[in-house]
Design a protein around this ligand. Sequence first.
Ligand code: ATP
Length: 235
Amino acid sequence: MLKLRNIETHYGNIQALKNIDMDVQEGEIITLIGANGAGKSTTLMTLCGVVPPTSGKIEFQGQDITGMPPEQIAALGISQVPEGRRIFPYLTVMENLDMGTFLRKDKTQIQKDLDHVFELFPILAERRNQQGGTLSGGEQQMLAISRAIMSKPKLLLLDEPSLGLAPIIVKQIFDIIKKINSEDQTTIFLVEQNANLALKVADRGYVMETGAITMTDSGSELLANEDVKKAYLGM
Ligand code: ATP
């Protein structure tokens, strides 16, 4: 579904990504783990067009999307839930969800998808008229994921969904991520610092260090790998 080949990305003179090769198959959950500043968010920004690569090639469903503007990439079915959620704080829950649908042409299906989102996150239904900024951190994360789901993505990019949340909320959110993958057939690209959790839900994982991929394997193999255990699982 998605292919990254020899991707290099720079911020001015700083090289953030070095020769990245990655593949995502339709229907998978893949995770990208790594320390602070490794280049995980840059990878997501690069593949959704916000920070275009300086060299290399990105293909989505057989189409070359390298250097395409973000709105065109979004229209092809790639949706991102950015780090720190970035909901619209002064808009209500409903208005935030509406924002997710602005590129859609199948308007009749939208009500069904809204019902589906409210089934996944009943708390959002209860709070539909509340301003986004007044929600708790966990509820804001649920809203950010729901807004992305409302765009009906084929590929959902999640940047650190566990960041700053209590373990019980994180568990709830990860259960929903699995559900979105298995029931809605949405392919998931998950960036996480919580490697333990991420590798448990992921079919496959990539490990990133200082802008380069240093390891790739199934989630379970990486969980059992001694180097991964030492560096990322605190064992
Ligand atoms: P974190 O988990 O802390 O978000 P990360 O793995 O997502 O880290 P990135 O945010 O992608 O890492 O950062 C990769 C490198 O690029 C870092 O050295 C960072 O300082 C640098 N960087 C990121 N954004 C910018 C920017 N806008 N301008 C200049 N350098 C940047």
